[in-house]
Design a protein. Sequence first.
Length: 179
Amino acid sequence: MTTPNIPPIHPSRLDGTCRTLSNKRFNFLRTTPEMIDINDIASGLAYKGHFAGQTPHMFSIAQHSTWVCNEYCQKFEDESDEMKLLALLHDASEAYTGDIVKPLKIFLPNFVTIENSIMQAIALRFNLPIHRMTEIKEIDLLIQNLEYDGFYGHGEMVYYDPETARTNFMNLFNQYYHG
């Protein structure tokens, strides 16, 4: 089998964009709220593995996000729907970028800048109080520890197929988004 003779793309021709599932042109370098589509986010998170895919079975970022949201809602049931939605969408930028594990991410400061810019656009698109993201982090870390124990310890773990994870994610989105 021969490899096709495809010339490499010169970096000056790369414009930092890609097409999404909804056929939007998504610009990683200049993301705007108009580029954000909840269906792109839901599918992107449902078909990407959490923990960079280093789990015994497929475990999506969408499933993780719904667990964070559900735990947040149980702990803070009187909190606003905007905060509950922020809990659901706390990793939404990963629908576009993928899940880069923290030990690698610390060596990629430009990536972190791009990821934060995408989260800002998502926050604007869905009217999220992003300045309160640190309030979600405690729940996020708790859920990650429970997941880790379920994957590698003695905990129990339920794995959802991508379509179930996507459906669960969208059900929560529709429950908490009033835009």
